[in-house]
Design a protein around this ligand. Structure first.
Ligand SMILES: Nc1nc2c(ncn2[C@@H]2O[C@H](COP(=O)(O)OP(=O)(O)OP(=O)(O)O)[C@@H](O)[C@H]2O)c(=O)[nH]1
Ligand SMILES: [Mg+2]
Length: 417
């Protein structure tokens, strides 16, 4: 029973379908013409939170994910069908990064993000026909889908996290507070992966039982701090201390130090100290308050103190939830890939891009209004700015499609500035 909370995945979205270059030729119909339809869009790869998903093992087993390609366009102006999106179900708290950084942090049932975008379909020759070329004999190819490597990480989202030394009684508490049935045993490191349970009757809150920490966990001792990342998103912490050991205060200090060493923000997180195994000590209440004035003493065995603990945790979760806002999914929106590029060709500059070339080819240069409109459009698309950034100066020759212009930036986007 593995628990996968880190995995590298190769995602490839669908390719856009090619446009068709069909020319209608029918007997007795001399007026045939280009009737090639557009290609369909390639499918996206979408990650969606499914509260039923426990970890990332599905992705670990299937690290290559592909979405369907778009279909090619056909004659008689038939468009190709879009490729189907591939929806991958991931657990709550899944973070996705690519080589450019954070892509999405998915928190909450149903939140979703596109992790690889399908390519656009190519236009058919029917769509490409224009006054300058009434019968295009070629069509656009479909765009490739995004193809990349992503790092996927799970950070469990829970209201309350139980942390403490091995054998302190964390899993016992989880089993008493929730319906979860974690493994409980009289030796350390019984729990090897985080367990989750839902507590509370009216107000429900999620409790995470984190594998035991030992001194030096942040340096890799014991199970190390591998699981502490799951604590980073708990709204509140329960520091679980076995009251029956020689020096409970030393254990508490160790836990606090390991949390702090992992992430100073964790040391500041709202926390309750809970002394367990109250049944094994003489004066549990006194032992607990020696640890911390607000500490609770409980026994997972006799059940003493558990109601008070559940109430305290419920209030804590409620309070924390009311205060914080950062539990929403984060999906990083990036600008789409640029719609054109600027290349330097000796003394000249060439702008290459499907849209900009089309605008230029469609413009009637004898009509000043159209020329002005074209220039505004190019400026809005960022062509001037990009030319200036590439080093173009006022008066330089700029080629777009089969037309040459003189660089006359409007908006102060001037290479000399
Ligand atoms: N007497 C007594 N024993 C307890 C109590 N709580 C837990 N235990 C026992 O302590 C041992 C450890 O309990 P677990 O709940 O497995 O401890 P844990 O903190 O989850 O331990 P790890 O998973 O190893 O980190 C088990 O033998 C439990 O039965 C308690 O309140 N009283
Ligand atoms: Mg345990």
């Amino acid at each position: 029973m593995g628990f996968v909370d880190e995995v590298t995945v190769f995602v490839r979205a669908g390719r856009g379908g090619d446009g068709s270059a069909s020319i209608l030729r029918e007997p007795y119909k001399p007026m045939g013409g280009p009737d090639g339809g557009d290609g369909g869009r390639g499918g996206d790869i979408v990650f969606e939170v499914d509260p039923g998903a426990r970890d990332l093992s599905l992705l670990a087993d299937h690290p290559h994910q592909r979405a369907e390609d778009g279909k090619g366009g056909r004659g008689r102006n038939r468009s190709g069908g879009d490729g189907e999106d591939l929806v991958v179900r991931v657990p709550d708290g899944t973070r996705v990064e690519d080589e450019r950084g954070l892509l999405a942090d998915l928190v909450g049932a149903g939140s979703r993000a596109v992790v690889a975008r399908g390519g656009r379909g190519g236009r058919g020759n029917a769509a490409l026909a224009g006054p300058k070329n009434r019968v295009p004999h070629s069509a656009e190819a479909g765009e490739p889908g995004e193809d990349k490597r992503i790092s996927v990480e799970l950070r469990i989202v829970a209201d309350v996290g139980l942390v403490g030394l091995p054998n302190a009684g964390k899993s016992t508490l989880l089993s008493r507070l929730t319906a979860a049935k974690p493994k409980i045993a009289a030796y350390p490191f019984t729990t090897l992966t985080p367990n989750l349970g839902v507590a509370g009757d009216t107000e429900r809150f999620v409790v995470a039982d984190i594998p035991g920490l030992v001194e030096g966990a942040h340096e890799g001792r014991g199970l190390g701090d591998r699981f502490l990342r799951h604590v980073t998103r708990c709204r509140a912490l329960v520091l679980v201390v076995d009251l029956s050991v020689d020096q409970p205060a030393a254990d508490l200090a160790t836990v606090r130090a390991e949390l702090e060493a992992y992430d100073p923000a964790l040391a500041a997180r709202r926390a309750v100290v809970v002394g367990t195994k109250a049944d094994l000590v003489e004066d549990a209440a006194a032992a607990a308050s020696a640890l911390d004035p607000d500490a609770l003493a409980v026994s997972g065995l006799s059940g003493s103190g558990l109601d008070a603990l559940a109430e305290r945790l419920g209030a804590l979760a409620r309070h924390a939830a009311a205060q914080e806002q950062d539990r929403r999914p984060t999906v990083v929106l990036r600008p789409a890939r640029p719609s054109f590029i600027v290349r330097r060709e000796g003394e000249r500059f060439r702008v290459v891009g499907r849209n900009v070339e089309r605008w230029v080819s469609e413009a009637d240069f004898d009509d000043p209004a159209q020329v002005e409109r074209l220039q505004r459009r190019l400026a809005k698309e960022g062509v001037e700015r990009q030319l200036a950034l590439t080093g173009a100066r006022r008066g330089d020759e700029v080629v777009i499609g089969d037309r040459a212009f003189e660089f006359q930036p409007e908006g102060g986007a001037d290479g000399q500035a």
